[in-house]
Design a protein around this ligand. Structure first.
Ligand code: PEP
Ligand code: MG
Length: 324
């Protein structure tokens, strides 16, 4: 199987209907970067920056981070890297952070909430990213944005950091893209202005699903209870596709489900054109996408929804057995 996928490496994830899906990889450590070449990923759709903070025993220095991010961009050789700012909370406790005693850490003071309330570290991180780009394009993605204002405030921090860096004489990025992760259902219903202001939106399906079904992604008893292909969840994805479509906002999906072939196929059939996943999933996902017609897949999904199915999985699996 490994060889079969290797032979697909330089081929596009083009479905039979002619639609091409752009496949990117998720990363978080320097050690992940060599996979960019091996996997055939078009870029890094999600770079989880918190790993660099978790493996240290003090807040990394700005210069250290800038050097590290610069090496990431060097390794990407011009491919796009979406740097996600710190997604830390009381569940992912930094050894040097005062532990917060929160009853519900996943819904607590985490990610962008912490970043906006105590902006020191986020500002330092944004400056490090700008310095790392050093005249190259820069893509920044804010995690766990639940409402418009969190996005505008985070974006303002980035704009101010650009100002500061410019005044300090650093070369600014040639191009800036700022986006938000859609990880809470609320953001799917945000004012149109959010979709106008965001340069892109990326669905963090792991968290989105957890909050949509109110089912803890860490809790073995409930985490597999609700299928990603549940018609309600697909309805939410349909809503997000529609909202982004109204404003022409580029949309991607970067949760674990993007790396599961059947799920990836259904997400693409709902209208997603960019998926980001662990590098090893790119081959299997591409292999399946190239075998199918996305319009037909969508008809199968819609027929199952109309027939009152709870999940479209069995209908899609049955249909797949009829495909070459
Ligand atoms: C997600 O929530 O889907 C996501 C990509 O972010 P993380 O898994 O790091 O929370
Ligand atoms: Mg998340």
């Amino acid at each position: 199987a490994q060889e079969r996928y290797a032979s697909l490496r330089n081929l596009p994830a083009q479905a039979r209907c002619g639609t091409t899906i752009s496949l990117h990889m998720n990363a978080g450590l320097m050690a992940d970067l060599p996979s960019l070449e091996g996997s055939g990923a078009e870029g890094v759709g999600l770079f989880r920056t918190e790993l660099q903070f978790l493996i240290r025993n003090q807040v990394p220095k700005r210069g250290e981070l800038a050097a590290l991010y610069a090496r990431v961009l060097d390794a990407a050789k011009g491919r796009r890297v979406a740097f996600r700012t710190l997604d830390i909370g009381s569940d992912k406790v930094l050894p040097y952070m005062k532990p917060q005693d929160e009853p519900n850490p996943a819904m607590g003071w985490r990610a962008i909430r912490l970043g906006l309330d105590k902006p020191g570290v986020m500002r330092m991180q944004l400056q490090a990213l700008i310095r790392a780009a050093n005249g190259r394009p820069l893509t920044v993605m804010f995690p766990f944005v639940a409402q418009l204002e969190e996005y505008t405030q985070a974006r303002d921090h980035l704009m101010r950091a650009l100002d500061t860096e410019g005044r300090l004489g650093h070369t600014l990025p040639s191009k800036i893209e700022v986006g938000a992760m859609l990880e809470t259902p609320s953001l799917a219903f945000a004012p149109r202005k959010f979709f106008e202001l965001a340069d892109f939106v990326s669905i963090g399906g792991n968290d989105l699903k957890q909050f949509f079904f109110a089912a803890d992604r860490e809790n073995e008893r409930v985490r597999r209870r609700y299928d990603t292909l549940n018609v309600s969840f697909l309805g939410l994805i349909e809503q997000i596709v529609r909202r982004c479509g109204e404003t022409g906002t580029p949309l991607s999906f970067c949760g674990e489900d993007a790396g599961r072939p059947i799920e990836a196929l259904c997400i693409a059939a709902m209208g997603l054109r960019t998926l980001s996943m662990r590098p090893a999933s790119i081959g299997p996902v591409k292999h399946l996408l190239r075998r199918v017609d996305l319009g037909e897949a969508r008809s199968v999904i819609d027929a199952a929804r109309e027939a009152g199915a709870q999940s479209v999985r069995s209908a899609v699996m049955d249909w797949l057995t009829t495909q070459g």
